[in-house]
Design a protein around this ligand. Structure first.
Ligand SMILES: N[C@@H](CCC(=O)N[C@@H](CS)C(=O)NCC(=O)O)C(=O)O
Length: 199
């Protein structure tokens, strides 16, 4: 059986969420890089895969999935990685809380700040910094009492949240004031199979 095709862009934190989980969980992907600078995500062919004209996209035979959170869930379900995507209703809901945080509070904080600083996106940097301060403080407080974001082991929650938190300094957001968060980053980086965004 051939590996699913993963339409990727190397510096994208959303793509990195999926590459990271696949590496940690030992799931093979056929990675194809999409040249966003050249507008390859705006071609009719790519738009047919993802009407939002964004990476990542996963194509597994007839199944096409856009959105990094949806791809994480699909891969975990398909490969029965229940430790990463628990079946208990409460435990699963706690993972989903963090999938939501990763596309809302983390996206509109550190991820947006990085878009401005690294890629010159026309977003309001001050708003992204203000949002980052609140988001990082809340996550740091949570991680003061928890080793992992949801439950007592790494899950999809950690894979979804890690990339844009780890990459926050690229957006000019220092993590110095958040020791529990930095310890959690180190715990993720010590997991077997861990890959960096540049891998
Ligand atoms: N909610 C989506 C967001 C995807 C997204 O924002 N992708 C960016 C790269 S990180 C993109 O393709 N941007 C191209 C563009 O905006 O033109 C996900 O989590 O996958």
């Amino acid at each position: 059986m051939s590996s699913p095709v993963f339409y990727n862009c190397p510096p994208s934190g959303n793509c990195y969420k999926v590459r990271l989980f696949a590496a940690l969980a030992g799931i093979p992907l056929d990675i194809r890089n999409v040249d966003l600078a050249a507008g390859s995500h705006k071609t009719p062919e790519f738009t047919a895969l993802n009407p939002w004209q964004q990476v990542p996209v996963l194509q597994d035979g007839e199944i096409v999935i856009w959105d990094s959170q949806a791809i994480l869930v699909y891969l975990a379900e398909k490969h029965a990685k229940t430790a990463w995507w628990p079946t208990d209703p409460g435990a699963r809901a706690h993972v989903v809380e963090w999938l939501s945080v990763s596309v809302n509070e983390i996206q509109h904080g550190p991820a947006d700040a990085r878009l401005v600083k690294k890629f010159n996106y026309p977003l309001r940097y001050d708003d992204a910094v203000t949002a980052s301060m609140r988001t990082l403080a809340i996550i740091d407080r949570h991680l003061t009492h928890h080793a992992w974001l949801a439950g007592n082991r790494p899950t999809l929650a950690d894979c979804a949240a890690y990339p844009y938190l780890a990459l926050a300094p690229e957006g000019g957001i220092s993590l110095d004031a958040y020791p529990a968060l930095r310890q959690w980053l180190a715990r993720v980086e010590a997991l077997p199979g861990y890959i960096s965004v540049d891998a």
